[in-house]
Design a protein around this ligand. Sequence first.
Ligand SMILES: [Zn+2]
Length: 366
Amino acid sequence: MPCQQTIYGKIIYGPEAEVIEGYILVEDGIIKEVEEKRNDSGHIIAPCFVNAHTHIGDSIYKDPVLGKVRGHYVERDLSQLVQPPHGLKHRILARTSHKKMVQAMKNSLMDMNNTGTYAFADFREGGIKGVIALKEALESSDINAKIFGRPGNCKEKRDISEELEELLINSDGLGMSGANDMDITILETARQHSLKRNKTFAIHAGESSRDDIEKALTFDPDILIHMTKATNQDLRGVADMDIPVVVCPRSNFITGVGMAPIIEMLDNGIKVAVGTDNVMLNSVNMFAEMELLSKIFGIDDRQVFMMCTLMGAAILGLETTGSILEGNIAKIMIINGNSNNLTGIKDPISGIVRRGRPDDILSVII
Ligand SMILES: [Zn+2]
């Protein structure tokens, strides 16, 4: 007997995120039917989120001191917080046991599930050991992960071919810190190996200054992260090379690097997805990113919603998910449109984007 479920409500349907009233039939995890039909269900049926950039290893440390303590700024600067190898998070990661780290990552995976995320892409530190720790955490989770590993030590010039091969066999690609953070020959070798294995090469660029952008582009990366300081000329180059960008608005605020030119990215035709970045700095809650993108960046609500769902899925190669469409794998959240928070909203997308919260979710199918 096939496992079937019919759900009525207002459906955020298809690649254009059109709102229709009707039902969806899910059979054995696949969306079999979507039909328009009037109903009085208060449910909003929405695709789940894709969190396109995280570092969930630092789930072990969630409350670094930020800002002023007795007149002095403490651990606020980006390099002091997260830059390898001596940034705060790397010092903490180095002294955390495998068991403790796996458990902390499991908690973040469960939190992703509770907050409506079905897939994420993680920049995994710690070399092959780091990749294996995340795989262990994922064993008890239904969340879809793209793991982008990196060699254990990128500062010193050394032969990393063997390490890269092991990393690439065990991961979905490489997630490099930044073009100015490491020896250039290491970066060149890493890119060659990723091409040889046909795996993703992703890199942070333009986060706190634009002086690593040109260098990053010489590697023709598959995904760029941040581009906070990119000029319009930089963005035209990125658009010409057809490289997608993952932006991390909350992370950029907390590290003090400012607002990414997201509207200019979209105007240049760049595919833009969204990530919550370091768990040390932010929760994995994508509703919080959406609210910020709508209210502070002034981006159209439908566009925001698509950046956090469909666009992330497209960038990560998860094409049969990311939207509610016949034939797609069902990755769906059912939201209570009659919750105290959402009751009375006229447009389900604007309602969810501007004021939706994890506690409005009734259930998640992933
Ligand atoms: Zn990052």
